[in-house]
Design a protein around this ligand. Structure first.
Ligand code: SF4
Length: 327
């Protein structure tokens, strides 16, 4: 058994050094005991077996940057098992770098939730919520939590005041939003604006965002064709969406389309069955579901398109009424 003695709860540098030495020596997680506050050497095991054996000459490895980001953030969580969980994930990711993107993996999912928790708690305590939102926007510009940043032009963060009583949430930025760096400014945005006006909602008083902040597309000749984000992208980007929600805490959030509804409710839903009714959310707030405005643009039949648009406006009116009731 190898025993690692970290200087204190925040000794990430110590964890990193020990984890690297142990991984290079191929020590399995069950043979490592992690302790805090013992003082003295990093490796405090018994006898000669205290420190892992020297790795073979030239032995090296690297892990994706996403792992280090997650490890540093999760390290701030008080869970006493975080050291061994992170070491276990390190070994997984060293063997299969893509494992860090596997949000279905219970270890990745648990550590991601742990990484987020201290952040959300700190944001809840902030009095200057608009300033905190502005800081998030700057930070999100460099986000590399999932591969979508590689091909997109820029991060398209949410827009609006922290005091907004209504949040409107789409799936992801489209072609024009990607270029402009603002959500809902293309044709779907114009359709949304029209619907909002008819529902008596001032867009300037809402917070408009997307579940995923980078544009996912397929290049076909000169055209960039929208591609739905995967669950892994939605889960990775929950990092930002969760922080936006804690800062804005809108009494009502309207999910525009299936992917947004999935991200908001944490499960897949059929829009036809869930629209028009308030849905209680885990954070104690309320969700509404309606179609994405781009769906309205794609309906070829004029009569059907008008009918669907009417239902969309009715959904928005319902959400507005509810936001007023809850204000
Ligand atoms: S889509 Fe979201 S999680 Fe992925 S890189 Fe962009 S901002 Fe980060």
């Amino acid at each position: 058994m190898y025993r690692v003695a970290l200087k204190n709860e925040d000794d990430f540098a110590g964890w990193r050094k020990a984890a690297r030495a142990l991984a290079l020596a191929d020590i399995p997680p069950e043979q490592v005991e992690w302790q805090v506050g013992e003082g003295g050497d990093l490796f405090a095991g018994e006898g000669a077996g205290a420190a892992p054996p020297d790795p073979p000459e030239g032995a090296e490895f690297s892990v994706p940057r996403q792992f280090m980001t997650l490890a540093e953030d999760a390290f701030a969580h008080p869970d006493k098992h975080r050291f061994e969980m992170l070491y276990e994930l390190l070994l997984k990711v060293r063997a299969t770098p893509r494992a860090i993107m596997d949000v279905g993996d219970p270890l990745v999912s648990r550590l991601s939730a742990m990484a987020l928790e201290p952040r959300l708690e700190a944001l809840e305590k902030r009095n200057d919520k608009d300033a905190a939102l502005a800081e998030l926007i700057v930070e999100a510009k460099d986000c590399k939590r999932c591969p979508l940043y590689k091909d997109a032009t820029q991060t398209v963060f949410g827009e609006g005041a922290a005091s907004a009583r209504l949040m409107l949430m789409g799936e992801q930025p489209g072609d024009q939003e990607d270029l402009a760096g603002r959500p809902f400014v293309g044709p779907a945005g114009q359709m949304l604006d029209r619907g909002l006006r008819e529902a008596g909602i001032d867009r300037a008083e809402t917070y408009v965002t997307n579940a995923v902040k980078h544009f996912r597309f397929e290049q076909r000749g000169p055209r960039r064709i929208h591609q739905k984000p995967d669950t892994s992208h939605i889960e990775a980007c929950r990092w930002w969406f969760a922080q936006e929600r804690v800062l804005v805490r809108p009494p009502v959030t309207v999910a525009l389309g299936g992917s947004a509804a999935h991200a908001l409710l944490g499960r897949k839903v059929t829009i036809g069955r869930t629209r028009g009714e308030p849905i209680p959310l885990k954070d104690g707030l309320e969700g509404w579901v309606t179609v994405h405005p781009s769906y309205l643009l794609r309906i070829p039949d004029k009569t059907k398109a008008e009918e669907e648009y009417g239902r969309f406006v009715e959904d928005l009116k319902g959400a507005r009424k509810r936001a007023k009731e809850l204000a």
